[in-house]
Design a protein around this ligand. Structure first.
Ligand SMILES: Cc1cc2nc3c(=O)[nH]c(=O)nc-3n(C[C@H](O)[C@H](O)[C@H](O)COP(=O)(O)OP(=O)(O)OC[C@H]3O[C@@H](n4cnc5c(N)ncnc54)[C@H](O)[C@@H]3O)c2cc1C
Length: 493
C-alpha cells in the first residue's frame, strides 16, 4: 500500500518537486500494510485542552483546514465526555479558571458555542490575603469598588470557572462539527523514530510515530500536546528544566452553606497564602465551589485520609484559623471537626472578606496532584512543536497552566497558517521559529512570577513577612498598578 498523502495542502500541491517525490510509486512499505506509514501534515499527540484547541483552530481556519491531520490520544475521549444533561448537583474536581483571553480564542474557533454554559461560573471579584499578617489585596471589576471610575470598555469578569471535561467536551464537539481530523483515541504512542530516505519518499528527519493499534504515522509536523511527561519532547531531545515544589495540590468539590457567595451576579474567588502554600476556593454555579489547597505531601495525605466532616472542618479552618492552629490540627488523626468548632469560638474574623462556610464535600472528589515547575529549553525542533504542559508546567496559584496552553495553541495555529500562506514547509525550524519566539518569553515570565510568589509566601516569619505585607497593601492602594496586575491575570497584555 502506498503511503497516504496529505490532502488539500496548497503548499504541497504548489511544489512540483515535492509532488513528484510523493507520487513516485512506493515499494519499501508495500509488503505489509501495517508497516506502511500514513503520511500526515500534522500529527498531534495528546487530546487534552491544548491539543484539542490546536486541532480545532487548524480546522476552523480556511487557510489550514485542508491539512491532513491526526490526533493520537491514549484515553478514550468519547467515554470521558460531559453528558449534556449532567446534574448540576455534582461537579468534577478538575476545574480551571479560564481567562477572558482564552474564552475569546475558544469563541473565535467556534468551540465556545458548544460549552455547557449551565456549568460555567464567571467571577467578578478576588480576595487574596496573607495568612500570617492578614495583609490583603482585593480585585473587583464587578462594582469598580477597588479602582475608582471604571472604564466601561473594561470587562467585568475576571475569569470563568469551568470543569476541564467541559472544555475538552466542547472542543470535541467543535471538531466533530468541522470534521477532517483522523481521531485515534484509546491509542497510545509506542515509539517515535526518525524516518529514512527511501526510493519512494524522502522521510529522513520526519518523525515516524508507531502506535499501539499497529499503525505508523509519518508527520510533517509532530505536535507534542502530551502533558508534563511528554514522549514527543523526549523524542525531540528537548530538555525540560525545573524542580518539584515538594507540594501537592489537594482538590475537592465543595458545597457551601446557604445560596453561595455574592448572589448569582457577583461571585468571588478567595485565596489565602499559608506558609505551606495557598488555599483557594473558587466559585462554581449555585452553592458549589472548587478547592485547590497547595500543601506539603504529608499534609495532603493527612487531608485525604480524613472523614468528610473532619475534611470540611479543615477547609473552613484553612480560611479562618491561625497558622499555629492549623499546624496543630494537622497533627491530629481525627476529631478536627470538634477541635475547629472550639477554636473558631476564640478566633475573630469580624469584618474580613472570607468565603462562606463549607458544609459538605462531594464524595470521591478529594484528590491531590504533585506540583512542579518545568520549562522546556525550546518549544520547537526539526518537525516538532510543543504546546501546553508538554512545554511548561506551572504552580497553580495563579490559575494559568491551562490558559498558557490555549495561548500556545492559538499562536501555533497562526504560525502554521503563515507558513502555508507563504509556501513554507510547516515542519521546518525556520517556519516554526515565530511560534517559539512569541510564546517562550511570555510563558517564561509567568512561570517566574508564580514561582517567586510561591517562594515569597512560603516564608512564615522574619523581615520578609513585613515587607511582603507592605508591598501587598501598597499595590492594593494603587488603582493603576492593580489594573495592570488584573489585566495580566485575565490574559491581556
Ligand atoms: C491542582 C491543579 C489545579 C489547576 N488549576 C488550574 C487553573 O485554575 N487554571 C489553569 O489555567 N490551569 C490550572 N491547572 C493546570 C491545568 O490543569 C493544566 O495546565 C492543563 O490541564 C494541561 O493541559 P494539556 O492539554 O497541556 O495537557 P494534559 O491535560 O495533561 O493532556 C495531555 C494528554 O496527552 C495524552 N497522552 C500523554 N501521553 C500519551 C501517549 N504516549 N500516547 C497518547 N496520548 C498521550 C494524555 O492522555 C492526556 O490526555 C491546574 C493544575 C493542577 C494540578
Amino acid at each position: 500500500m502506498p503511503p497516504r498523502l496529505p490532502l488539500g495542502a496548497p503548499w504541497t500541491l504548489s511544489s512540483p518537486a515535492i509532488l513528484r517525490l510523493q507520487l513516485r510509486p512506493q515499494r519499501r512499505f508495500a509488503s505489509s500494510s501495517a508497516d506502511a506509514p500514513d503520511v500526515y501534515d500534522v500529527v498531534c499527540v495528546g487530546g487534552g485542552p491544548a491539543g484539542l484547541s490546536l486541532l480545532a483552530g487548524l480546522k476552523a481556519s480556511p487557510v489550514t483546514c485542508g491539512l491532513r491531520v491526526a490526533l493520537i490520544e491514549g484515553q478514550d475521549v468519547h467515554k470521558n465526555r460531559l453528558p449534556r444533561d449532567a446534574s448540576l448537583d455534582s461537579f468534577s474536581n478538575r476545574c480551571s479558571s479560564l481567562t477572558p483571553a482564552s474564552v475569546k480564542n475558544l469563541q473565535e474557533i467556534g468551540a465556545w458555542q458548544h460549552v455547557n454554559t449551565a456549568r460555567v461560573q464567571p467571577y467578578q471579584e478576588m480576595q487574596v490575603w496573607d495568612g500570617v499578617t492578614d495583609a490583603r489585596i482585593s480585585f473587583d471589576w464587578g462594582t469598580a469598588r477597588s479602582f475608582g471610575p471604571r472604564n466601561p470598555a473594561q470587562p467585568t469578569t475576571i475569569a470563568y470557572m469551568i470543569e476541564n471535561i467541559n472544555t475538552t467536551s466542547m472542543l470535541l464537539s467543535r471538531l466533530e462539527e468541522l470534521g477532517g481530523v483522523d481521531m485515534m483515541t484509546g491509542t497510545k504512542v509506542r515509539s517515535i523514530e526518525l524516518g529514512t530516505d527511501t526510493d519512494d519518499m524522502d522521510l529522513s528527519l520526519w518523525p515516524m510515530v508507531s502506535l499501539s493499534n499497529g499503525k505508523t504515522l509519518a508527520a510533517r509536523l509532530l505536535v507534542g500536546a502530551d502533558g508534563a511527561n511528554s514522549p514527543v519532547r523526549t523524542f525531540a531531545g528537548i530538555e525540560a528544566r525545573g524542580f518539584d515544589y515538594n507540594r501537592h495540590g489537594v482538590v475537592a468539590s465543595l458545597k457551601l452553606e446557604g445560596e453561595g457567595w455574592g448572589g448569582p451576579e457577583h461571585k468571588i474567588a478567595y485565596q489565602r497564602f499559608l506558609p505551606t502554600g495557598p488555599i483557594a476556593m473558587l466559585p462554581l454555579p449555585g452553592n458549589l465551589s472548587t478547592l485547590v489547597w497547595s500543601t506539603t505531601p504529608e499534609r495532603a495525605a493527612k487531608l485525604k485520609s480524613l472523614s468528610q466532616s473532619d475534611f470540611v472542618a479543615m477547609v473552613n479552618a484553612g480560611f479562618r484559623l491561625s497558622t499555629t492552629d492549623l499546624e496543630y490540627l494537622h497533627t491530629l488523626n481525627e476529631g478536627q471537626a470538634e477541635e475547629v468548632s472550639w477554636r473558631e469560638k476564640h478566633t475573630s474574623v469580624n469584618g474580613q472578606a472570607i468565603p462562606m462556610r463549607v458544609c459538605d464535600v462531594q464524595a470521591g472528589t478529594v484528590a491531590s496532584f504533585p506540583l512542579r515547575m518545568r520549562h522546556a529549553d525550546t518549544y520547537t525542533g526539526e518537525r516538532v512543536a510543543l504546546v501546553g504542559d508538554a512545554a511548561h508546567t506551572i504552580h497553580p496559584l495563579a490559575g494559568q497552566g491551562l490558559n498558557q496552553g490555549q495561548g500556545d495553541a492559538a499562536a501555533l495555529v497562526r504560525t502554521i497558517s503563515h507558513a502555508v500562506q507563504t509556501g513554507q514547509d510547516i515542519g521546518s525550524t525556520l517556519a516554526l521559529e515565530s511560534y517559539n519566539s512569541e510564546r517562550y518569553a511570555e510563558n517564561n515570565a509567568m512561570l517566574g512570577v508564580c514561582d517567586k510568589l510561591h517562594r515569597l509566601y512560603s516564608v512564615g516569619s522574619g523581615p520578609i513577612v513585613g515587607l511582603r505585607s507592605l508591598g501587598l497593601r501598597a499595590v492594593d492602594a494603587m488603582g493603576p498598578l492593580k489594573t495592570f496586575f488584573m489585566s495580566r491575570a485575565a490574559g491581556g497584555s
